[in-house]
Design a protein around this ligand. Structure first.
Ligand SMILES: Cc1cc2nc3c(=O)[nH]c(=O)nc-3n(C[C@H](O)[C@H](O)[C@H](O)COP(=O)(O)O)c2cc1C
Ligand SMILES: [Mn+2]
Length: 448
């Protein structure tokens, strides 16, 4: 596995998946435009080597722009990703503490501390300002002290002030509220530029109380190395490119948004907590990393795909043990729509699966269930199942008003959605009539 971001980038360069951009780029739109294009053409990750107004800085973007890049980050062949991820996510290797690390090479405190010196990027046209979009936040629960690791965007507010978009339905948001109830701020470190397993591990849908560094350890097959911060009691990856240390300001909220979000639309301004920065440490010649969110597919989507697919797969398996495959679809923003293939043993099994998935609260709005002979990854086959194995008056389930973490702009009330499920499986006792037409010997045709 990779010890730090730099060793991973060398690996990517060797396999032709990293492009160094020599042309000078502006932090306003130009970097995001490059990431948009590479995401759309399924191109390489981009290392911008000349950033206007930020001499000496490099900006990395689109590190997870494609599924291929996720596979490279985990060192798993692309076609085995879900299968291997399901096992590795449960390995749980505890992190290891080290005295110091490269992230301590430079330290800004007091007057030197100035967030405007970091090449923060303005991404989409109507975004309200420059955001840190792929900082990994590390915080500790005020009651139990367990660590949480997750990613939340931060808007640049001043020399030493950032917003932190961590709503209460995410673990860090809950910790911020718990600290406020005790009349305190929450100490939060934000690590930018870490090895891929930490980023991917931070997205695992594990319960409140599970330290995602354990998950990252399992994904990389070795402990994540952590070191203490300078001004707060939080541990961070010792080889991070940059770490921003800070404390939330109890009770303070600032407007955050509009911002181009994962459904492919802008989210409106929301009230976000504020972080007062206490120190910034970094490597010499640091690499600043940014990530694009917006119309699928971006790295915000690819990074959530396997975390979501894993939690869905495990849920389906409880009800339908012979589940064959699950696919959270790109057009469904990798969150709103899942296609599941099952081998049913009860005529109505699909309906139970639909209800279980809609109640998960992870943002699912549409659940399509197909038989095992349908390839869930092939939209043609899925639509064929809908066209030939489903009658809308009896095979659709609609559930109004479900709590879930969606940013879908069509919902009438924030974080609440209706859900629908489609049972596109054929009747068990009459399956013969629904079978695909077959021509013997297609596999023997050698001239094509
Ligand atoms: C690039 C990227 C950006 C993200 N930005 C945010 C964000 O701004 N706010 C948020 O609540 N979640 C954001 N997320 C999703 C959370 O990091 C993710 O749901 C995480 O698993 C939450 O951790 P938790 O389960 O410990 O709460 C982002 C994810 C990625 C990959
Ligand atoms: Mn968590």
């Amino acid at each position: 596995m990779f010890d730090d971001l730099r060793s991973y980038l060398s690996h990517l360069e060797k396999v032709g998946q990293l492009l160094r951009v020599e042309e000078e780029v502006d932090t306003k739109f130009e970097i995001a435009a490059g990431i948009r294009k590479t995401s759309d053409i399924r191109g390489p990750a981009l290392l911008f080597e000349r950033v206007k107004g930020f001499p000496g800085w490099r900006v990395l973007g689109g590190l997870f722009a494609t599924r291929k890049l996720i596979a490279l980050g985990l060192g798993i062949p692309e076609d085995q990703l879900l299968e291997r991820y399901l096992t590795l996510e449960e390995e749980r290797i505890p992190p290891e503490m080290v005295k110091s690390g490269p992230v301590k090479e430079v330290c800004w405190k007091g007057d030197e501390l100035d967030l405007y010196r970091l090449p923060m990027v303005i991404h989409s046209e109507k975004d309200c300002g420059p955001y840190i979009t792929i900082g990994v936040q590390i915080g500790k629960d005020p009651d139990t002290g367990f660590r949480n690791v997750s990613i939340h965007r931060m808007l640049l507010l001043g020399k030493d002030r950032l917003s932190l978009w961590a709503p209460p339905d995410h673990h860090l948001g809950r910790m911020i509220l718990k600290a406020e109830e005790k009349g305190r701020g929450l100490e939060v470190a934000t690590a930018i530029g870490v090895e891929p397993a930490i980023i991917i591990g931070s997205q695992a849908k594990v319960p409140f109380g599970v330290d995602e560094f354990y998950v990252a350890g399992g994904l990389r097959g070795a402990p994540v190395k952590l070191t203490g911060c300078e001004t707060i009691d939080v541990e961070v990856p010792a080889s991070s490119e940059i770490v921003i240390e800070g404390v939330t300001v109890p009770g303070e909220r600032v407007p955050d948004g509009p911002y181009g979000e994962y459904p492919g639309c802008y989210s409106e301004a929301k009230q976000a907590p504020v972080v007062k920065v206490t120190a910034i440490t970094m490597r010499q010649n640091p690499i600043y990393q940014t990530a694009l969110t917006g119309m699928p597919v971006t790295e915000n989507h690819t990074l959530i795909e396997y975390a979501n697919a894993a939690v869905i797969y495990r849920e389906v398996k409880k009800i339908s043990p012979e589940v064959r495959a699950v696919y959270v679809t790109p057009g469904g923003t990798f969150r709103h729509h899942v296609v599941v293939s099952i081998k049913k043993r009860h005529e109505e099994e699909a309906r139970n699966v639909i209800l279980a998935l809609l109640s998960l609260g992870i943002g699912l709005k549409q659940v399509t269930i197909v038989d095992e002979d349908i390839d869930v990854h092939d939209p043609l086959q899925v639509e064929w199942a809908l066209s030939t194995r489903m009658q809308p008056d009896k095979d659709i389930v609609i559930i109004p008003r479900l709590a879930c973490s969606t940013l879908d702009p069509s919902v009438p009330v924030a974080r609440t959605t209706a859900g629908w499920g489609i049972d596109a499986t054929a009747p068990m006792n009459d399956f013969e009539r629904f079978k695909k037409v077959n021509i013997p010997g297609v596999e023997k045709v050698k001239y094509l």
